[in-house]
Design a protein around this ligand. Sequence first.
Ligand code: ATP
Length: 241
Amino acid sequence: MSVLGLERLEVRHGQLQAVRGISLAVAEGETLALVGANGAGKTTLLRAIAGAHRPAAGRILLDGADVTALPAYRRVAQGIALVPEGRRLFAGMTVEENLLVARANGRPGPWTIERVLATFPMLRARFKAKAGSLSGGEQQATAIGRALVTNPRVLLLDEVSLGLAPIAVERVYECLRALIGAGATIVLVEQDLGRALRVATRVACMLEGRVVLEGAAAAMTREQVSAAYFGLARGEEPQPA
Ligand code: ATP
């Protein structure tokens, strides 16, 4: 059975239909990369899965159980954790406090605060520092750690490399590869197609609220994904803007 299932999910922002009838299944240990142009609906989809945005129609299943009507904090307790775009840490609280608050709302399991520090060693020296004083990379590590201490069944990551220096992106991705190697189930939004294809087991390309291409990352070429990304039929070349 899939860990995460989406059935004909529709999500609106007022009159605007941002997600249009998406059905997807994510199996245990799989890393699904969601790619697509700005405004394709990726963030809206992740937020709907996490319970931050109520879908207009369709169902969200976690281990086969319908969680569509559950509020976000109860989804965390059931095993859905989101690392949101822009990280959204409690800036006035320390790294430790951010992790403690999350842990209190999560599930018991192998991810402890000590394990987060072992995974992101750069956080040890910053443990008692206010989150707002951290570098972008340190904040991103804290945001991922905050999700991990809830011991999620499925980890949702929204553009974790956004706004980070290249070296910090490399560090964050090194840690993600370790998580993936350890069997985590992940859905990630990534703007960098090459990176998405390298890290994911499966890729779903969104265009205007729909999944227009989906399949095993190993079987997909960058050209195929970019054509879907721009809404081109097979064989057409993207035109310069
Ligand atoms: P990006 O890469 O820019 O984050 P995305 O693929 O994540 O894009 P979304 O942010 O989910 O796309 O946006 C999907 C659509 O919903 C866009 O047309 C966007 O303008 C619209 N939208 C997103 N958030 C809101 C909001 N809070 N209110 C109204 N419309 C919104």
